[in-house]
Design a protein around this ligand. Structure first.
Ligand SMILES: C[S@@+](CC[C@H](N)C(=O)[O-])C[C@H]1O[C@@H](n2cnc3c(N)ncnc32)[C@H](O)[C@@H]1O
Length: 220
């Protein structure tokens, strides 16, 4: 997918895709949004010492980078599985200003998230193993038991097929009991699809510029 680097309101970059007229993140702030939805409402809710994370849509690697930093901070081990149908060009990805804004000493690690080999697990740090899989999520056969899911597809208006009961159901079946799935989209049809797939769903306050987000839990 052709995309252009763009600044969001918190000073962090996102990518804009002219073909679908949509950005990878909220224009109110990419880093602010990712931290709020995926790290605070998602990853930090998991009490395990070893956590298996699924990300739907690896994109800029921002969520992966924040999860890696959280693994270092907490001393927990993260196995991060990221599905991506349209990998971002490495030359473009390393221009993203996330390390500069968050921790400039981690520039090399951020680059490694993008330059590392696809389709096999790679130990990026002792706390963080990255397994990027180049695939179409809607065709993917899940084989890992997930504890946390970052559901970060393009909007249902642009990619309805990603947000179906069938797709949430496949993810649900692959989740451990207690697993949490968070997403920025709080639309009724998404909440119902998550519920119909089996998740217990709650609405939570969103990051600046977004009233609500959704969190689903696979209840024991
Ligand atoms: C809203 S962006 C978010 C990307 C990423 N989480 C980030 O923070 O940069 C959605 C991502 O889903 C990817 N995507 C779109 N269709 C897909 C599919 N069928 N399977 C896997 N990934 C897909 C896009 O290429 C894009 O990277």
């Amino acid at each position: 997918m052709n995309s252009e680097l763009k600044l969001t309101d918190d000073g962090s970059h996102t990518l804009f895709v002219p073909e679908i007229d949509e950005c990878y993140h909220s224009s109110h702030g990419a880093v602010q949004e990712s931290r709020h939805i995926f790290i605070e409402a998602g990853l930090k809710q998991c009490q395990k010492d070893e956590i298996c994370v699924l990300e739907v849509g690896f994109g800029t690697g921002l969520n992966g980078f924040l999860a890696l930093l959280e693994a270092e901070r907490s001393g927990k081990k993260i196995h991060y599985i990221a599905l991506e149908k349209y990998p971002v060009d490495v030359e473009k990805a390393i221009l993203l200003n996330y390390p500069k804004l968050i921790d400039s000493e981690k520039q090399d690690i951020f680059n490694l998230l993008h330059t590392s080999t696809w389709n096999e697990p790679i130990e990026i740090t002792p706390y963080f193993t990255l397994h990027k899989i180049e695939t179409d999520f809607t065709q993917y056969f899940h084989s890992q038991p997930y504890d946390v899911v970052f559901f970060d597809a393009f909007s249902p208006e642009k990619q309805t097929e990603m947000w179906s009961v069938e797709q949430f159901g496949k993810v649900y079946e692959s989740c451990n009991f207690g697993a949490v799935l968070t997403t920025y989209c709080a639309k009724g049809m998404v909440r119902r699809a998550m519920q119909d797939a089996g998740f217990k769903v709650e609405r939570l306050p969103g990051p600046p510029g977004k009233r609500e987000i959704l969190r689903g839990v696979k209840a024991p």
